[in-house]
Design a binder for this molecule. Structure first.
Ligand code: AMP
Ligand code: MG
Length: 417
């Protein structure tokens, strides 16, 4: 029996809100559902932390000198201007222990960056600000010294037991370094969600085959594999699915062991577009069957039993854009990530853009950025099948659905894939 499909076409904001709702729901139900695994710190890049990384001691563990210079009492050296200077009672390198007692009035210790400031001293004066003569130091020029200058107090960064990297954080350079500082040689991370990639289309052949004139190489499975990896998932490419109801159903059934199913193609209004019908016949629940966006309008999102699926339009740029907008965020949430939303940025538009209002547009563009900000310029394309244009672009310019024109010089939203 064929069920009746119901059309649910949402504005971009509403479609994004549906994904957000499901992403929040998926994250809330994460604990215990997919086990965490332990990885060595050096292999943790891009993984999502399943337990907090906590400080195992105060950070810093001692009052740390942040400059090469002299540790002394701030008031003492400030008041000394024109007098006899402070006597240098010893030298302290990073990693050394000071054994010469408290620094009292009239005394200073020569100290290197990263060393523990000796008791009694309340500031470190930079070596650049000091004149040294006969084992005594004085300020090279009059200046007010403040207690605490060039010292990070014990525990100012984190106290023993404090969370330094929260669970749910994707591990990049800073998080890995912070975990290393906490002594975490191994980390508990969430298992990578398994993502089935099903490309549909009678015209498709694999990249290793020689296509006939009327055939098209399957590129979507490869762009999606890349995007899935970037979103922390593990991609499993299935064989190309023919445009046939039974074949489509069979391929979806075979993907049931995955956490997320991505189909490409077969979601438009064509006579041989079977994806929606196959999902419906399998008992799927649909959250939306289209979004008012271009490219990517026929995008489908729903749940099949406990599994989420997306039917992504087959045109290669539509596939990439709808992944970036909807499937990628859902996947990051399924992977336990706490920051899973699409990553938009801002840039100044270089040239006027005219479109027809009514759809939120994502137009291939070049974004160039420097320390003062980013500039964006549209690049020419032959529509959402133009992979050569996609390869020239490094991002997409977003035109809101209400606009039919955006002027040069305006600040616009961009999304980088
Ligand atoms: P569809 O969404 O199935 O109507 O396909 C729309 C367009 O995208 C057609 O021109 C297809 O040939 C093309 N297309 C569909 N799937 C793929 C794929 N996996 N790789 C490259 N192009 C595709
Ligand atoms: Mg097709």
């Amino acid at each position: 029996m064929r069920g009746e499909s119901r059309s649910i076409v949402l504005r971009y904001d509403d479609a994004a809100a549906v994904v957000r709702r499901e992403a929040v729901r998926a994250r809330a139900g994460m604990s215990g559902r997919r086990g965490a695994e332990r990885v060595r710190l050096g292999e943790a890049s891009g993984r999502v932390l399943a337990e907090v990384a906590a400080a195992d001691r105060d950070m810093p563990p001692f009052a740390r000198a942040t400059r090469d210079g002299f540790a002394c009492q701030a008031a003492d050296l400030t008041a000394d201007v024109g007098a006899g200077g402070l006597r240098v009672v010893g030298q302290l390198r990073a990693g050394e222990v000071w054994t010469l007692g408290e620094i009292g009035p009239g005394q200073a210790a020569e100290i290197m960056t990263g060393a523990a400031v000796p008791a009694g001293a309340d500031c470190v004066v930079m070596v650049e600000h000091i004149a040294v003569a006969d084992g005594r130091i004085r300020l090279a020029a009059a200046r007010e010294l403040v207690p605490g200058e060039n010292i990070v107090p014990v525990g100012a960064e984190a106290r023993a037991g404090d969370c330094v990297v929260p669970a749910g954080r994707r591990l990049g350079a800073a998080e890995i370094a912070a975990a290393a500082a906490c002594g975490a040689a191994e980390l508990a991370v969430f298992a990578r969600p398994r993502v089935a990639i099903l490309a549909t289309g009678d015209e498709l052949v694999d990249v290793a085959e020689q296509p006939l004139a009327q055939q098209i190489r399957n590129s979507n499975s490869y762009s999606l594999t890349e995007q899935v990896r970037g979103a922390g998932g593990s991609a499993e490419i299935a064989a190309i699915v023919r445009d046939d109801a039974a074949a489509t159903e069979g391929a979806i059934r075979a993907a049931a062991g995955c956490d997320l199913i991505l189909l490409t193609g077969g979601v438009s209004m064509g006579k041989f577009d079977f994806v929606e019908q196959a999902l419906l016949d399998l008992g799927a629940e649909f959250f939306f069957t289209g979004a008012l966006i271009q490219p990517g309008k026929p995008v489908v999102f729903g749940k099949l039993g406990e599994r989420y699926f997306f039917g992504l339009p087959g045109n290669p740029i539509s596939t990439m854009v709808t992944f970036a907008l909807f499937a990628g965020p859902m996947l990051r949430a399924l992977g336990g990530e706490d920051e899973w939303g699409p990553r938009f940025g801002m840039a100044r538009l270089e040239e006027d853009v005219r479109v027809k209002a009514g759809l939120t547009r994502f137009l291939p563009a070049r974004v160039e950025s420097n320390v003062r900000g980013a500039r964006v310029k549209r690049i020419g394309w032959q529509g959402s099948g133009d992979l050569a244009a996609a390869a020239r672009a490094n991002g997409f310019l977003v035109v809101p659905e209400t606009a039919d024109r955006v002027g040069a010089g305006e600040i616009v939203t961009v999304i980088e894939l």
